[in-house]
Design a protein around this ligand. Sequence first.
Ligand SMILES: NC(=O)c1ccc[n+]([C@@H]2O[C@H](COP(=O)([O-])OP(=O)(O)OC[C@H]3O[C@@H](n4cnc5c(N)ncnc54)[C@H](OP(=O)(O)O)[C@@H]3O)[C@@H](O)[C@H]2O)c1
Length: 293
Amino acid sequence: MTRVLITGAGGQLGQEVKRAKWPAGTVVAAPASGELDITDPAIVRRLVDEFVPDVIVNAAAYTAVDRAEDDEASAMTVNRDGVQNLVDAAHRVGAALIHVSTDYVFDGSKSGWYVEDDPLAPLGGYGRSKAAGEAAALSAGRSVVLRTAWVYGALGSNFVTTMLRLAPEREEIGVVDDQFGCPTAAADIASVIVTVVSAFKDGAAPPERIYHVCSPDDATWHEFAVAIFDASIHGFDGTCKKLTTPEYPTKAKRPANSRLDSSRLARDFGLVLPSWRESLPLVVAELQERGDV
Ligand SMILES: NC(=O)c1ccc[n+]([C@@H]2O[C@H](COP(=O)([O-])OP(=O)(O)OC[C@H]3O[C@@H](n4cnc5c(N)ncnc54)[C@H](OP(=O)(O)O)[C@@H]3O)[C@@H](O)[C@H]2O)c1
């Protein structure tokens, strides 16, 4: 029997991890943020001591990228100190930690695809807090960092739900066409997490400490938006206009290149995520069957 504790279980990834296909005999605890606030060391310790997980999956995070520019301290409290609290509590009961991280630890200036050992160079407060969280996670005896990017899913708010919401309201939607990344379905990341949990069985651990977990094919945000409209039963009658990054200013700088090479995951686990072009229609169909968009 494997006991798995999921943090941030109310988030878009946390919900997918909770509803993933767990092998028989897995006991999953998935408290929401109100019940398990990872910034409170006493609460973390109490829940971990009570549940005694074999593996903690940390899907909790401060994810407000632009807000973090004005309030990096709050991002650090969750994304660095919260992770340290999990590391400390995991140590008490001998649990392993699977920690989820982001492409925002890189500055996006590399011309090719990012590999796990590329130097970290976050552009903003969110990225710095996630880089600090990776360091905290890696200080644990048995832990692994899974870096992903451009996450979307049928549970929670993301770029896909935003595009589908805007489509009936707008005649023109401008989308950035000079940032590249790998749109990755939360459900596909959750399937990987199920396999990585099994790699911690009986005191074992995966061969490496960091894995990139992304769809194998890239896109610009504009390409992704067009595919979203194509997958929608309602389509989009207006114009999807290509923008440059300066034409769509945001408080926090985004990496221009977020392509994460996931071949280490393929080598060690035999796992290759589906193309985002395969996973996207499933997500759009679920949202539309539910009548959300
Ligand atoms: N979304 C992306 O495009 C993306 C890209 C790369 C990596 N990631 C990483 O993927 C992971 C999951 O992100 P997501 O997209 O699922 O984000 P999300 O939908 O914003 O979910 C984050 C969850 O963390 C919870 N949380 C926040 N502060 C907490 C605390 N102090 N204690 C416990 N829970 C807390 C939130 O709960 P409340 O809502 O109740 O605060 C929310 O349920 C994060 O590590 C993120 O950095 C995401």
